[in-house]
Design a protein around this ligand. Structure first.
Ligand code: GLV
Ligand code: MN
Ligand code: MN
Length: 419
């Protein structure tokens, strides 16, 4: 990759500038929050479409709001190497999580285009519209639509304002009946490659800018409601209360203890809603989320059952009625060994030590794996900090990631019976 552009920017500077441009599209004046099917989703998609076209791609949005650019190969209509990541964010997010993979992929295609280079296959770049699952509790909606595994029951899910996914799609100008048309055929693709910040401390500790991912840890997300009895804060004796929030507090501490005592298990309660929600009313109903992860599906599933058992016991003892729903079940997804080998070879060719590591965070590849084989390149992030505004990648590491991705693309060998 040319290390400086015509405007004199280095690759790292050019990537970081676009990261900042995309990060300026946020629902909040301070901090970065960009949710699925919001006005910010639309504006970010427009910007990505512009960049894709500038890079020599034809570009469009699909039936769920993903953005897709295509750079034809030497012959038209060849199967494509799919590259990309997501452009939705968590609340008060870091700016690199997701966009780095899309912006770097676009930069690689721009470089091919600059050299008038066509490959024996097409290259597609995708910006997935919903990976984080912040708005509707179910996650990977963009990549599931592409993989043809979108679950229609998700349409009934509601955001915190009571708007259903079906209504939000319609409001965005999309037709919920048409989501099936976003699905692609396995024969459309040779593989999916995602470049992403590591979101953990391993590469920094190893002293390397990039790494090759072995597998993406599975995750289960639950929505739990404890139903008690609202009442007057000044009159109902403490022993007679059925306080839903106190029950939830006990559940949260039990889940934290369970995960602390069980190495390799991660459990997080990230949202909580208290009803009716007044300082002088005993909480009558309380709803919270649980996110549970482990590199082993068996381990996670066993742990989820144990957590449900604890919640039921706590609720029973406090005369609360529990309702427990599994909102998302993502199995641990291996990265294809033949793609890991090609990524490791590219890392070595670029002069770095190829470090293999699993991903504790979830990624769109978990859904895309139902469509085609997946591979992932991680880029070092400062202090392992992510899902936080302090998330940071240096210009040098962003450039290192881009050079590895471009190398993988240029040297890419489709899977053979032997690989
Ligand atoms: C996405 O960042 C996830 O791991 O939930
Ligand atoms: Mn994330
Ligand atoms: Mn991400």
């Amino acid at each position: 990759m040319a290390t400086t552009s015509m405007t004199g920017q280095t690759t790292g500077e050019a990537i970081a500038q676009r990261i900042d441009q995309l990060a300026s599209i946020s629902e909040s004046a301070t901090g970065l929050t960009r949710l699925f099917l919001s006005a910010e989703h639309r504006n970010a998609a427009e910007l990505l479409l512009t960049w894709m076209r500038e890079a020599g791609m034809s570009a469009r949005t699909d039936a769920i709001g993903n953005v897709i650019g295509r750079y034809e190969g030497a012959k038209p209509d060849q199967p494509a190497l799919l590259l990309g990541s997501h452009f939705d964010t968590v609340r008060n997010a870091g700016k690199w999580d997701g966009p780095l993979g899309i912006i770097t992929a676009i930069a690689c295609v721009a470089e091919l285009n600059r050299q008038h280079k066509r490959l024996p296959f097409a290259v597609e770049v995708i910006g997935f519209a919903d990976e984080e699952g912040v708005r509707f509790a179910s996650t990977l909606l963009g990549s599931r639509a592409l993989a043809g595994t979108f679950d229609e029951s998700a349409l009934a899910g509601r955001d915190s304002d009571g708007v259903s996914l079906r209504e939000a799609l319609t409001g965005f100008g999309l037709d919920p009946q048409n989501i099936g048309t976003a699905a692609r055929a396995p024969s459309d693709y040779l593989a999916y490659l995602e470049l992403h910040i590591e979101q953990g401390p391993v590469l920094e500790a190893e002293g390397v800018p990039v790494g090759v991912v072995t597998a993406i840890s599975g995750a289960t997300r639950l929505a739990v409601t404890l139903e008690g009895m609202a009442g007057h804060a000044g009159t109902v004796p403490m022993a007679m209360r059925r306080d839903a929030l106190s029950g939830v507090a006990e559940c949260i501490v039990a889940i934290e203890k369970q995960c602390r005592d069980d190495p390799g298990l991660f459990g997080t309660v990230g949202t909580i809603r208290v009803e009716p929600g007044a300082s002088n009313v005993i909480p009558g109903r309380c709803t919270f989320s649980i996110d549970m992860r482990s590199a082993s599906d068996e381990h996670r599933q066993f742990a989820v059952k144990a957590a449900i058992g604890s919640i039921e016991r706590i609720a029973g003892r406090r005369r609360l009625v529990p309702r427990i729903e599994i909102k998302h079940e993502g199995r641990t997804t291996p990265c294809a060994p033949w793609l890991q080998a090609q990524i490791s070879a590219a890392i070595a060719r670029r002069g770095y030590r190829a470090t293999a590591l699993p991903s504790g965070a979830g990624h769109d590849g978990m859904a895309v794996a139902d469509l085609t084989d997946i591979g992932m390149i991680f880029v070092r992030c400062r202090g392992g900090v992510s899902h936080h505004p302090d998330e940071h990648v240096t210009l040098e590491d962003a450039a290192a990631g881009a050079s590895v991705l471009l190398d993988v693309i240029e040297q890419f060998q489709p899977k053979t019976a032997a690989s």
